[in-house]
Design a binder for this molecule. Sequence first.
Ligand code: B4P
Length: 185
Amino acid sequence: MKNIVIFGAPGAGKGTQSDFIVEHYGLTHVSTGDLLRKEIADQTELGKRIKSIMDAGQLVSDDIVIEMMDKAIANDTKGMLFDGFPRTVAQAEVLDKLLAKYGRELTCMVQLEVPKDELMRRLLERAKIQGRADDNEATINNRLQEYNSKTKPVADYYAAQGKQKLIDGLGTIEDIAARIRQAIG
Ligand code: B4P
């Protein structure tokens, strides 16, 4: 059973490539961003608390996303693709413990590498199409800062475990999908 993390800066193509990976390997896709946006759309108590945090481009607290992930792993039988999680080293450490709790381990972490100007271009392009509240220049800059200070160290965590697969995230969506399949095997 494969359990894979897809990792990269905002706009690196995590959500986009997730569709190809879950289809190819028959995995359950879990996106913390999608789960959190659903809480906001449904106007739950949690959604009301996290809306301003996400609109500002900051990370939601570890406790909230960890609880969501525990439930998602408990309900899964196929193997999972984690999209947007872990985003801090604390989340990465908990993911290892949660997988062990359910008798699993992480297969690998796929890291999409994309330069900053291209990240900005993609997210501003998406803003025109989808109008996501956090896809504007000021918020994108905050998200990139959060990524550099809190999320980037997660890459070293997986490199130290020998589980990091570095992927060039520039090119057509299909070419990148093929590179990922080759790296995962
Ligand atoms: P996410 O939903 O994970 O948003 P994201 O980082 O922007 O990635 P996304 O998957 O949507 O975009 P993609 O790169 O595929 O997180 C949003 C917020 O939720 C965070 O800021 C945070 O507040 C909160 N959050 C989520 N997880 C959390 C956690 N674990 N802990 C704490 N807080 C958390 O694609 C971007 C665009 O690029 C798309 O429009 C796509 O069409 C385009 N694109 C993709 N590949 C391309 C290519 N090859 N060429 C050209 N364009 C491409």
